[in-house]
Structure formats: C-alpha cells, structure tokens
Design a protein around this ligand. Structure first.
Ligand SMILES: [Zn+2]
Length: 409
C-alpha cells in the first residue's frame, strides 16, 4: 500500500463510525450490551446483543426513535381504552418458589446469628443477592427487611390555608364514561391537562428574570426538586375526590424559565370545576431541618472525627446530628413547620379530546416528544406488551413505561 499523508489518513472513516452508520441505516442499536446466556438444560452458552434502550437521540438514534414510537403507541392505546385491562398476576413458577424458599432459609439464619450477637453482614449480602434474583425472575415488589427501620411519622395535619377536599371511596374502575348522542353515536371523551408551577417573578422571553434581585430563585428551585411528589399527590387527591382510579400518561418538561410543568393525557373525562378544585387543594410539604442559613462558615467547617466516624463541631467537638437524627428531632417538635410547601400555579389548561381525532394524535406526539419523565400507570401498556419485548430487557430497565411493558409481556 502506498504511503498516505496524515491528512489522507484522517479522512478515512473510523471503523467504529462506519459500524454506527450501518447500524443506524438498519435501524438497530448502535451500542448494544453483550449478555451471556446459558441454557440451563444443555449448558450451552451464547452471547446475545441486547439493545441499549436509550431514550435520547444523541446516545442512540435507533433506540431513542423506537422508544419514542413505543411511548406514542402506549399513549394512544391507553388514553382511550374502553375495557378494563386484566391485571391479574400470574401464579409463581418453580424458579420463583425456589428462590423464595432459599430467601426464607437465609433470613432465618440471619436472625439466629443476630440473636447470638454475631456478624450478619455476609448473610445480609446473600439475602440481597436472592432479592436481586427474585426481581430478575419477574417478581414484583419487595419484602420487608427485618433490619428496616420503622417509617418516620410525618405530620399529616392538613394546612389551614387550603380547602379540604371531600373524599369518596375509590371504585376499581379506570375507564372513562361513554356518552351517547340521540342518533346513537357513542363518544368517550378524554382530557389533556397541563399543570404549571407558579410565577417566581417576571421573566424575559428567553426565560431569564427581569429583576434577578427580587426573583424567587429558592422557591423555584425547591418547587422543581419536589415537583414529582406534587404530581403524585395530585393523582392521589384526584382519585379520592372523583371516586375512581383515574389513569394518566404524563410527560414532565422544563419551561424556558426552568420551571417544571406536566402534560397529562387523562383517560376519561372530568368536570373542569372539579379538576380546578383538586389542583387548588393539592400541595406537598417538605419536612427538612432548617436549611436557609449556613451553620458553619467555609473557613471554619465541621471536622471529621475518624474514630467516631462522624463530623463534629470545630469548637465544642460535639457530634453533629445525622440527617436521620435531625429528621427525628423535627418529627418530635410540635412547633416545627415545613421548610417548603409545593403548589401548582393558578394557570391550568384543560382540553377535551376524543379518541382517534387529529387532536389526539397531535397531543400524543407532544407527550412523546419529551424523554424527561414518562410516568405510566397500571393497565396503560397492557395491549402493547409484546411490542416492548426485544429492546427493553436490559439491566436497570428503560423508562419505567418500557420496563413495565416488557416484564408483563
Ligand atoms: Zn441503542
């Protein structure tokens, strides 16, 4: 081969890039995981490529595109579902039973060791390993850990400044009402709801504050951090208030001003006034120890005590409380107030959408555009389970929606 200049060599495509381009051409994953699979009857071992399942195009175009199409499909089929999905769990199989028996033996052993005052670290690790295997074998949920501490009791007192919502028993139905026109045509309308956080001060078109000095940065940051909790609380309140298991497909995105807002495709229809009531009555209280003023200056920080394995006050040498201890103290203090209260802003947008319409498609495209957070609630994915297989079986699972779909298929 004749000698090439460096410039000529640099122009030749890298093998890795060629491989990537071919993968994209064929619409397959550009960075699959290699997983070894052993047939437990024959002992034969093969290496299988499992697609990465990325949801971001920059990481893997084909996987992200597939994930987006799947989300659109899940959203489309779930939004206007007209029959209750079958959520009956399968009977546990032989492997699952065996693992569970193994776990029981280990837990028994650990309790005996603990009773004798011996170290249980090794057995604890084995229990955790079996738990992982149980999860891999398709068992949902977790078992109570003997070591687990009791849950800290938080104040459940309702805020005086928020209207109380009447509660109804929640019927086990997830499907919206059907309306019949005089000519016999049937409509099953659903909703597209957008919830937004409050204003923290005026912003310019690019989202930056007009007056940085008075802009509520702290409240904006805390609202953004705790937004998922607020959304959870909204769903909970909504179900208790309307009295049925309202389902939604939700995408959360940051607005230009970096405040979170959520788009919810809600199955079935609800009265606007009722929605407004639930939005107004929904809040999330953050019970943290006070964190507004620094307790130590940068030039005199707490010191690490290697012997006691904790930080100490640099002057008095007393141990600083751990996060858990600080929370316990807070829980015991009847005069404590939450460090932050999250609420939705006053602006709420609701649209009625009928199944199959152009409007529905447009909104679905909108919801599936965002990779940020896709929450998927029970039953949404039932009919698309099979579509999810083949790309989302991977360590750690994909977006929760895709993971659930694959597991149940
Ligand atoms: Zn991929």
């Amino acid at each position: 081969m004749s000698r090439q200049t460096r410039a000529e060599r640099m122009r030749l495509p890298l093998a890795r890039d060629v491989l990537k381009a071919v993968a994209v051409d064929h619409d397959v994953c550009v960075r699959p995981f290699a997983i070894r699979r052993t047939d437990i009857t024959t002992g034969e071992t093969t290496v299988v490529d499992v697609p990465c399942g990325a949801t971001v195009t920059a990481k893997c175009g084909p996987c992200a595109d597939r994930a987006r199409k799947l989300r659109m499909q899940q959203c489309r089929e779930g939004w206007h579902l007209d029959t209750e999905p079958d959520l009956t769990a399968d009977d546990p199989d032989q492997q699952q039973r065996q693992l569970m028996a193994e776990r029981a033996d280990l837990v028994h052993l650990r309790d005996e060791l603990a009773g004798l005052g011996q170290d249980t670290a090794t057995v604890d690790r084995l229990v955790a390993e079996v738990d992982d295997e149980l999860a891999a074998a398709g068992v949902r949920g977790s078992l109570p850990d003997a070591e687990a501490k009791p849950r800290r009791k938080r104040s459940t007192k309702r805020r005086g400044d928020v209207a109380d919502l009447p509660r109804r028993p929640v019927a086990a139905t997830t499907v919206g009402r059907v309306f019949q026109a005089p000519d016999g045509a049937r409509f099953r309308p659903s909703l597209f709801l957008t919830l937004t956080l409050d204003s923290y001060g005026r912003v310019r078109p690019d989202g930056t504050p007009v007056d940085p000095a008075s802009y509520h940065y702290r409240r904006a940051a805390r609202d953004a951090i705790h937004f998922p909790k607020l959304l959870d609380r909204f769903t909970q309140n909504l179900r208790r208030f309307v009295g049925w298991e309202v389902q939604h497909f939700t995408a959360v995105e940051a607005q230009r001003r970096l405040a979170m807002h959520a788009h919810l495709a809600i199955r079935g229809t609800l009265a606007r006034a009722e929605l407004r009531q639930v939005v107004a009555a929904t809040y999330h209280q953050v019970w943290w120890p006070p964190c507004d003023t620094p307790a130590y200056a940068l030039d005199r920080p707490p010191v690490w005590d290697a012997e006691r394995e904790a930080y100490c006050d640099p002057d008095t040498n007393t141990l600083l409380p751990s996060w858990d201890e600080a929370l316990d103290e807070l829980a015991d203090d009847p005069t404590a107030t939450p460090v932050h209260v999250c609420r939705f802003g006053p602006v709420m947008d609701v649209k009625g959408v009928t199944a199959g319409g152009a409007d529905a498609s447009r909104h679905i495209g909108y919801l599936a555009k965002y990779f940020a957070i896709v929450l998927l609630h029970s039953g949404w994915h039932e009919r698309i389970g099979v579509a999810a297989v083949g790309w989302s079986y991977r360590p750690g699972g994909g977006s929760c929606g895709a993971g659930v779909g694959a597991v149940r298929a």
